[in-house]
Design a protein around this ligand. Structure first.
Ligand code: JB2
Length: 214
């Protein structure tokens, strides 16, 4: 029997996760979010309070879902929530949308979230608290670090290595055997054909926009 679940954060990412959890018939206790009133209802669930409301439940009786997403501009809230509660022995559930294809030997660590339509091929390992967002493809034997966000529709060919805290933007494409250093940001739509060092930003070519003359 799986444990009842508390969701941290009540924004857009949480909404998608709650939909997956409901389809998996998980028992949901409620949401903690410092910006919502205690007792209000969000996404059909009770708001329990701010993050310290989690401590009304022991680490043995509940599991957590990190509903705070991550974007390049944020200040690492998702990672700090994971670390705070993990250090206090709370367990973050690993969540896989039933429509994802995950090869049999893929390793997903605690708190990894795999969204709808994802493909993850044989031999890949993904470390704690990383998100593989809708429709992304991760080919064979990739190594993905902790607190990584692979945004919707991104494609990683085989044996790509991705460091901790990397953001791979929507629709980016990484060819085989590339290494992306920790903390780097790969802009949406980029095509990466060479190794990227730590803490780099890769900018894609931008669309030209012109007014239509009629
Ligand atoms: O300290 C906090 C805290 N600070 C803000 N603790 C908890 N438990 N929650 C916190 N929040 C809440 O996180 C906000 O009040 C808000 O409800 C939520 C953030 O919601 P938002 O919709 O702004 O972003 P998101 O993290 O759900 O989604 C981002 O990342 C996803 C991966 C979005 O930009 C999405 O577009 C993206 N798909």
């Amino acid at each position: 029997m799986t444990k009842p679940i508390i969701i941290l954060g009540g924004g857009g990412h949480a909404k998608v996760l709650i939909d997956i959890l409901r389809r998996l018939n998980c028992r949901l206790v409620g949401i903690v979010d410092p910006n919502q009133s205690v007792g209000s209802v969000l996404h059909g669930l009770n708001v329990l309070g701010a993050d310290n409301a989690v401590f009304n439940y022991s680490a043995a009786e509940v599991e957590l879902i990190n509903g705070v997403g991550s974007l390049p501009k944020d200040k690492g809230l998702r990672a700090s929530l994971f670390n705070t509660f993990n250090d206090k022995s709370y367990h973050f559930k690993t969540l896989v949308d039933p429509t994802a294809f995950i090869a049999a030997d893929v390793e997903l660590s605690d708190g990894v979230q795999v969204m709808a339509g994802v493909i993850i091929q044989a031999g890949t390992k993904i470390a704690e608290n990383s998100i593989v967002n809708s429709g992304a493809i991760i080919e064979h034997d990739c190594r993905i670090g902790r607190h990584v966000h692979i945004a919707p529709g991104a494609v990683l060919s085989g044996t790509v290595e991705v460091g901790d805290y990397v953001h791979i933007g929507t629709g980016a494409k990484i060819i085989q055997s590339i290494s992306i250093g920790a903390g780097s940001i790969i802009g949406a739509g980029s095509v990466v054909t060479q190794d990227i060092a730590c803490s780099q930003i890769v900018y894609p070519p931008r669309s030209k926009i012109k007014s239509i003359e009629r």
